[in-house]
Design a protein around this ligand. Structure first.
Ligand SMILES: *Cc1c(COP(=O)(O)O)cnc(C)c1O
Length: 395
């Protein structure tokens, strides 16, 4: 390492500095600012002894390359974990984390508001593996203790909840779970480690769909799993055993996304809040489901635990026909209709949670629409939604 090397621990710096420095040592790459794309499977050894003794830093493409290692190191540093594993999608990060901790005969507790495909995995493959899953009200807090059984191996959280944005009391739930020996897993995609650091609040395994804000440009799928000292060896072992590795271009693009994450998120937050507040004042809107608004039922938790909010939130419209909701969404010029979020572009989708919730009742009082606020000028977005609300009223 040269005198000007910027390698080493970046954890002492503030998040906006960390995202610029983490996982990057230009003087390991001839001075080039970015870690290049290493595309490769075979890694050659200079002799038999080196090969048989597995003496090389890299042994095989699937087990890690300088590109993927740079990203993993950056994520571990941002999360404050002992290590981080990378997987080819957010969903595979979730399924890997769950299969690591839950074994046949175990019971796990899942927030009723988890991301739909997480729920599907629990109700199908995980069940077939002999793991019993029960769903709990996400706002249960310390009373989660009453739902714990002798074989409860893990408590899984996602805060805020997918589509509906309930916030969980993570420290209270984590403390109750830990006192009974259960692992605490959390999907932290909404906040990213810049706005909420799960390990600081008692979470053992912190999961992110890097697909969303880390990638930031709607052009890659990626998952990250950060774990504490206690859980990192197991997470690393399962990821390796399952043979999971992201492609080199995706790892490179995620590193590129990481460098601008702090500024992008701040803009998503500011524009999202501006539009959420504007929507809250509209006569067509019954409620805005945004954790950073004072009217959110768990706003106090957001203030206590979070450093910011991203650009994703939902609204509840006053009762109206589905055709009126379609008139609002269909005519939007700046909002695409599509799954995923976290890219630079705005999105809007109608949704209905009543079809899958089992531990809670979804009765919002009117039709619901989720918005992802992108990086466009927020005043253009407001004008677009305003025209949409006029179409809704006229329908
Ligand atoms: C999108 C998303 C995932 C899954 O990420 P993929 O890369 O699409 O598999 C997981 N959790 C949350 C909260 C998400 O929004």
């Amino acid at each position: 390492m040269s005198k000007r090397s910027k390698g080493g621990d970046k954890r002492g710096y503030r998040p906006a500095t960390q995202v610029v420095l983490a996982g990057r040592d230009p003087f390991e790459h001839q001075g080039f600012v970015n870690v290049p794309i290493y595309r490769g499977t075979t890694v050659l050894s200079p002799d038999v002894e080196h090969f048989l003794g597995k003496k090389g830093r890299y042994v095989y493409g699937r087990r890690g390359t300088p590109t993927t290692e740079a990203l993993a190191e950056a994520i571990a540093s941002l999360e404050g974990g002992a290590g981080a594993a990378l997987t080819p999608s957010g969903l595979s990060a979730i399924t890997t984390a769950l299969t690591t901790v839950a074994h046949a005969g175990d019971h796990i507790l899942m927030a009723d508001t988890v991301y739909g495909p997480t729920r599907h995995f629990c109700d199908t493959l995980l069940k077939r593996m002999g793991v019993e899953v029960s769903y709990y009200d996400p706002v249960i807090g310390a009373a989660i203790a009453d739902l714990m059984r002798p074989n409860t191996r893990a408590v899984y959280l996602e805060s805020p909840g997918s589509l509906s944005f309930e916030l969980q009391d993570v420290p209270a739930i984590a403390a109750a779970a830990k006192s009974r020996g259960a692992a605490v897993l959390m999907d932290n995609t909404w906040a990213t480690p810049l706005y909420f650091r799960p390990h600081d609040h008692g979470v053992d395994v912190s999961i992110q769909a890097g697909t969303k804000y880390l990638g930031g440009h709607a052009d890659l799928n990626l998952g990250t799993i950060s774990a504490t000292d206690e859980f990192w060896p197991q997470i690393k072992e399962t990821t390796g055993t399952l043979g999971l590795c992201p492609g080199p271009e995706d790892a490179f693009l995620a590193l590129r996304g990481l460098r601008t994450l702090a500024v992008r998120l701040e803009r998503h937050m500011q524009s999202g809040l501006k539009i959420a507040r504007w929507l809250a004042g509209r006569p067509e809107v019954l409620r805005v489901l945004h954790p950073a608004l004072e009217t959110h039922p768990q706003h106090a938790i957001w203030k206590r635990d979070f450093r910011g909010a991203c650009g994703l939130f939902s609204i509840v419209l006053k009762p109206c026909a589905q055709a009126a909701v379609a008139a609002l969404v269909d005519g939007l010029e700046l909002f695409g209709i599509g799954a995923s979020w976290g890219g630079y572009e705005s999105l809007a989708i109608p949704f209905d949670c009543s079809k899958f919730r089992t531990a809670t009742k979804w009765n919002p009082g009117g039709p619901t629409v989720r918005f992802h606020i992108g990086l466009e000028d927020p005043d253009d977005l407001i004008a677009d939604i305003e025209r949409g609300l006029k179409r809704l009223a006229a329908a």
